[in-house]
Design a protein around this ligand. Structure first.
Ligand SMILES: [Zn+2]
Length: 70
């Protein structure tokens, strides 16, 4: 077995950035978990969402995730 020297990429390319539509500031991505209450059944359905949060004006925008398999 030969240990291969792998170099980690410095900047992850899978992290896109988004600018705030209100003030143009670069927004930060924030992951959180919301709970959807289903009306009539009393069930609570947790789901993970991501949203962009602007540090300047508190504007936030939910990120639509494309999840496969459901
Ligand atoms: Zn803003």
């Amino acid at each position: 077995m030969v240990p291969s020297a792998t170099s980690m990429p410095a900047s992850p390319s899978a992290t896109p950035t988004q600018e705030c539509p209100l003030c143009g500031e670069r927004m930060r991505r924030k992951d959180l978990e919301l709970v959807d209450l289903i009306p009539g059944t009393g069930e609570a359905k947790p789901r993970k969402v991501s949203e962009w949060v602007c540090p300047e004006c508190d504007y936030f925008e939910e990120i639509e995730k494309e999840e496969k398999g459901r």
